[in-house]
Structure formats: structure tokens, C-alpha cells
Design a binder for this molecule. Structure first.
Ligand code: AMP
Length: 301
């Protein structure tokens, strides 16, 4: 089976939402992405943590068929920590603190077997680190990347450089407008396509996602939920399961990409139902298939 290589943050998150708070919980873009992708395919993770990263999290990730040979553990270093809230808007995190810790001096080094990976997910991290990871992969078949407002603000040129090298770029609507400098989401999608990616996916939270491919647009609805507890990691779970499904099937045709977008949104719908990785970790493929079919039924006409 095809394997997925994922680089990105592995973090300890402190989050406040209208449903409550949680401190120093398992988080990070590569963490959510890897757990989601591992529902579909074996994962090789590239990242860094400090010696303060709880062993129980390492054991949990290993038990998910996630290869941690590429996870550097820095003696005496502090794990990346992110603190944020979603009090005024469940679709938009407000960052209170970003403690880079071991990220400050991180240089991704891919173990030998990682370099043969065909499916690569460059999850949220400094775009220069996304580039240096990609440069170590021999012959990727499909590369997907994510980014965030911080990097668009402080490293726009590097974000554009990575966009020019990927097959699929995934962003939320705010980020897409910010990077393209367009205030209409369709114009933003079209403009981002011109930066290089074959497909641009714009996520609109509870309102679904749009995929731009050539002249075509595919619209997917989100799985309807009555309550969102913690939106953290929704985007990473979306992208992780999308690439996991593509790796599992080995099919990168447009029809299969559409199915992958729907798998991405149903997995993300589970992530947001509890704090941190709790709900995603408990998600079964039976439930994924049930939600996938429900979405199919809801959007057929
Ligand atoms: P999202 O899918 O956008 O909700 O991603 C949430 C994750 O992004 C959290 O678990 C954070 O640890 C992580 N994160 C927040 N800020 C950064 C950053 N500057 N670089 C990398 N990861 C981050």
C-alpha cells in the first residue's frame, strides 16, 4: 500500500472555546494530519518535540501505525506550544501565544525510507521547512500543502514558492483571500490556481469546501453538526484524510479527488466534536463510511 509522508507541527495546545478549556493537550498540524491519514494508509511523520512531550502521546501515535523515525526528540528542549481561543467566532482561532521552542532550530532530516514516499502532505509549518522537506523526497507522485495566516503575513514569498511546487493547495477562505488579495472566494481560487497548484481547495468551515481544478469547480457540503466543541485541527484532519484516501486508492483522477474531499470533510466533522484529538482518535472507519454515505445522500439531486 502507498504510504504518506507528513511534515508539520507536533504541539501541546491550550484552547478555550464556548464549550470549555483544555491545557497542554496533544495538538499540532502534523499530529492531526497523521491521525486522520492513518485511518486510510501507513504514515511517516517528520517533526520535532522536546523531552517534555509526554510518552503516552508517543505510544498513542505509534499504535496508530504512524512511523516516528522522523520525529526528533530534543533533550532539554521545549515542545512547540500554541494557545488560542474561539470565543467570538468558532470558525476563526485567535492566537494568544505561540511558543516555538524546539521549532526555532528545527531542520527536517528524512530517514532513508521516507525519501521514497509518493504521497506527501506539507502540513502547517514555516514554508521554508516545507520546502526543505520536499527537496529530500525523491519522486513524489502527489504533494499537498497547507499554510496559515501567520506565514502569509510574514513569509508570503516562501508560501508562493511552495505553492508553485505542489499538486494541491488547501486553505481556508480567509487565508485564500489574504494570499490572493481578492475579496471574492471564486476569484481567490482562480488566482491561487495561477500560482501553480493543479488543484486549489478552499475550506469554508461548516459551509463546505470548493475544489478548483482547471476550469471546473467541485462543491462539497460539510457533514451537518448541531454542536462544535473545538474546531482545532479540522483543517489538518481534512487534508490528512484526503491524502490518506488518495494514497490508499493510488488513484489521483479528478473523480477520486472529489471522493477524497468528501472523506476529508467527514473526518474533520468528527475532529471538532471534542477537545484536542479525542474524537478523531476514537473515530472508526464504520462511522467515516456512514457519514460519507449520509453526505452523498444529502447532496444528490
Ligand atoms: P487547524 O487545522 O488550522 O485548526 O490547526 C490547528 C493546529 O495548528 C494546532 O494544533 C496548533 O498546534 C497548530 N499551530 C498553530 N500555530 C501554528 C504555527 N505557527 N505553526 C505550526 N502549527 C501551528
Amino acid at each position: 500500500m502507498n504510504e504518506v509522508l507528513i511534515v508539520g507541527s507536533v504541539a501541546l495546545d491550550s484552547i478555550e472555546t464556548p464549550s470549555g478549556t483544555i491545557d497542554n493537550a496533544l495538538g499540532g498540524a502534523a499530529t492531526y494530519g497523521s491521525i486522520a491519514a492513518s485511518l486510510f494508509a501507513p504514515v511517516h511523520l517528520v517533526g520535532v518535540v522536546g523531552a517534555d512531550f509526554p510518552t503516552e502521546h508517543i505510544e498513542f501515535l505509534k499504535n496508530r501505525n504512524i512511523d516516528l523515525a522522523g520525529l526528533q526528540i530534543v533533550e532539554g528542549g521545549d515542545t512547540f506550544r500554541w494557545k488560542g481561543d474561539y470565543i467570538s467566532d468558532l470558525n476563526q482561532a485567535v492566537t494568544h501565544e505561540t511558543h516555538l521552542g524546539v521549532f526555532e532550530h528545527f531542520e527536517p532530516k528524512l530517514p532513508g525510507n521516507y525519501r521514497d514516499a509518493e504521497f506527501v502532505f506539507l502540513a502547517n509549518i514555516n514554508p521554508e521547512l516545507q520546502l526543505s522537506t520536499l527537496e529530500q523526497v525523491k519522486q513524489p507522485k502527489l504533494v499537498l500543502c497547507d499554510t496559515m495566516n501567520l506565514w502569509i503575513n510574514i513569509a508570503r514569498d516562501a508560501v508562493k514558492k511552495i505553492f508553485a511546487r505542489v499538486d494541491i493547495a488547501v486553505l481556508n477562505d480567509g487565508e485564500a483571500k489574504m494570499l490572493s488579495e481578492e475579496d471574492n472566494v471564486i476569484k481567490a481560487g482562480r488566482s491561487l490556481q495561477k500560482m501553480g497548484p493543479k488543484h486549489v481547495i478552499i475550506k469554508k468551515g461548516e459551509h463546505g469546501a470548493l475544489m478548483f481544478s482547471g476550469d471546473e469547480i467541485f462543491a462539497s457540503i460539510s457533514y451537518p453538526l448541531e454542536q462544535v466543541v473545538d474546531p482545532t485541527g479540522a483543517g489538518d484532519s481534512f487534508a490528512g484524510s484526503l491524502i490518506g484516501y488518495l494514497a490508499k486508492t493510488g488513484d489521483t483522477s479528478i473523480g477520486n479527488l472529489r471522493r477524497a474531499v468528501v472523506y476529508g470533510s467527514v473526518v474533520a466533522s468528527s475532529t471538532v466534536q471534542d477537545f484536542s484529538t479525542k474524537s478523531l482518535a476514537a473515530l472508526t472507519m464504520e462511522e467515516v463510511e456512514r457519514r460519507y454515505q449520509a453526505v452523498q445522500k444529502m447532496s444528490a439531486f
